[in-house]
Design a binder for this molecule. Structure first.
Ligand code: GDP
Length: 526
């Protein structure tokens, strides 16, 4: 049956890393294998082209940051691979969190010199929340990095996940010889190359084989034998189910810029990584091979063409076959909806598509009907779970600077929030509006876009807020009492959910102690 086959072929994943660990480089090399690009370097240059196309992105361009979360599809060894790009800059972390809701697994890149960095920790938290399977790629082995055992310990400790090396480096830095694959018992000798496609390694069934001595020298060969013995003794045998359950991360070593260890990573990835899995809606669990189509919007990209106020909504197909032009159901608005302009993302090319399968991401042209988190279906009424808002870290009050443009400001703010640029909290008291973001950059983006796209201008007034907590209680009366007693600190989010705006950690703790019947949540889904 076509549907089952298409599902089994698909691998939808994201690469996460702290900036500079090598995510872009690895992406580029992976695309080389897919034949998706001819020359390395295309990923970056495309990013710049994308920026030049739209005005408001000027801000990010100047800072050399990519805000665009794009999708790259390619075929490799009979698999259809969908790679979702995630912005590395921490100010756009919320965008990355949401993208992670649309993937089935993750490759995490770690710089062997720097080890686990702060952004990796935060992203891993999101993966853990969703039990996303993670493969770890330790990069830059051509540099003098930290001891591999220390790196593995650090990953286990800081990222709270067990690791299992599936390859092992033979020295590093200037004397880097290559890696030995514990998974398929092959030796890969290091040959720096920026553009060439890596060959298969040499199969070495027995680690005692003198061929290793010949290839890397006796002392490195003996060191490798010791390491392999130690690893096999210390780490339990690799269990793919433990990986799929998000409990164990297999680890590979390599050097992305030298295109070394990348093929091995990719080959193992397509074997191990999960095909699209069942997903939960508010009503039930939906298997990907159900015949009726359903999926959810996780990203909205606005004004690709500054002359038209159109947007592209990225939908992840979760079940059934998506067909262009079909009549679908928009769950939130309870209305029928049709998409005639649908794009798929095959590497750099955008192309019109007629159909898509579970695991695929397609772009829907939208004139303002869709919101992040929306479910589109062939009749299914439940909304897909798992696209929460996270409590922002920086809060500022919106001050309208042009009373004549109040309507424009309101419209602009609402639309930007629907795209997920930031979160808006509205206080009933004094009709104050507060924008919450993960990073400072978004305020500039918002100001710039409000001005250029909506002709509205506003200022942002700093506020002393620690967290926005979504509140709930089993006892409705108690919740009402709480809201009444704390009305100065109660706002509503975009969906009208109640939020407690806490000024400090200490105060929040105190309030939590004083109101034991109220539950405080740091994400909008609980
Ligand atoms: P991103 O911010 O995670 O996307 O990182 P990039 O892919 O842009 O890489 C950051 C820097 O590290 C660039 O200068 C790359 O050339 C460099 N880099 C990437 N991989 C390697 C590697 O294997 N070895 C070395 N020495 N440098 C690398």
């Amino acid at each position: 049956m076509a549907l089952k086959e298409e599902i089994a072929k698909r691998r939808t994943f994201g690469i996460i890393s702290h900036p500079d660990a090598g995510k872009t480089t690895l992406t580029e090399k992976l695309l080389l294998f897919g034949g998706a690009i001819q020359t390395a370097g295309a990923v970056k240059s495309n990013k710049i082209k994308m920026h030049a196309r739209s005005d408001w992105m000027e801000i990010e361009k100047q800072r050399g940051i990519s805000v665009a979360t794009s999708v790259m599809g390619f075929n490799y060894n009979g698999k259809k691979i969908n790679l979702l790009d995630t912005p590395g800059h921490q100010d756009f972390a919320e965008d990355t969190y949401r993208t992670l809701t649309a993937v089935d697994s993750v490759i995490m890149v770690i710089d062997c010199v720097k080890g686990v960095e702060i952004q990796t920790e935060k992203l891993m938290e999101v993966c853990r929340m969703r039990k996303t399977p993670v493969i770890c790629f330790i990069n830059k082995l051509d540099r003098e990095g930290r001891d591999p055992y220390d790196l593995l310990d650090e990953i286990e400790e800081k990222l709270d996940i067990k690791v299992r090396p599936l390859s092992w480096p033979i020295s590093m830095g200037k004397t880097f010889k290559g890696v030995y694959s514990l998974y398929n018992k092959t030796l890969h000798l290091f040959q720096p190359s920026k553009t060439k496609i890596e060959q298969d390694g040499e199969v070495i069934e027995d680690i005692k084989d003198p061929i290793i001595d010949k290839e890397v020298g006796e002392s490195y060969a003996n060191q490798l034998r010791e390491d392999v013995e130690l690893i096999e003794g210390v780490y339990p045998e690799f269990d793919v189910n433990e990986y799929l359950a998000g409990n164990v991360a297999p680890v590979f070593f390599g050097s992305a810029v030298n295109n070394f260890g990348v093929k091995e990573l990719l080959d193992c990835f397509i074997e191990l990584a999960p095909a699209p899995k069942p997903r939960e809606t508010e009503e039930r669990v939906i298997a990907p091979d159900e015949n009726k189509f359903s999926g959810f919007i996780f990203k909205i990209h606005a004004n690709m063409d500054p002359n038209h106020r159109n947007r592209i909504a990225f939908i992840r197909v979760c079940a059934g076959k998506f067909e262009r032009g079909a009549n679908y159901y928009h769950v939130r608005s309870d209305k029928k909806i049709r998409f005639s302009n649908v794009t798929a993302f095959m590497a750099q090319e955008k192309e019109l598509v007629d159909e898509a399968w579970p695991g695929d991401i397609v772009g829907l042209y939208d004139t303002g009907n869709l919101k992040i988190g929306d479910t589109i279906s062939e009749g299914e009424k439940g909304i897909y779970k798992g696209i929460p808002s996270f409590s922002p870290e920086i809060f500022k009050e919106v001050v309208n600077k042009d009373a004549m443009k109040t309507k424009q400001l309101e419209k602009g703010l609402n639309q930007l929030m629907e795209e997920g640029v930031a979160q808006l909290f509205s206080y009933e008291l004094g009709a104050r509006k507060v924008v919450g973001t993960v990073g400072a950059l978004q305020f500039e983006v918002i100001q710039h876009r409000l001005k250029h796209e909506y002709g509205a201008s506003c200022d942002f007034m700093s506020m002393n807020l620690y967290k926005a907590c979504w509140i709930s209680s089993k006892d409705k009366k108690k919740l009402n009492e709480f809201v009444d007693s704390k009305y100065r600190h109660i706002a509503k989010d975009k969906d009208g959910k109640l939020v407690f705006m806490a000024e400090s950690r200490a105060w929040l703790t105190m309030v939590q102690d004083n109101f034991p019947d109220i539950e405080f949540h740091f994400t909008s889904e609980f």
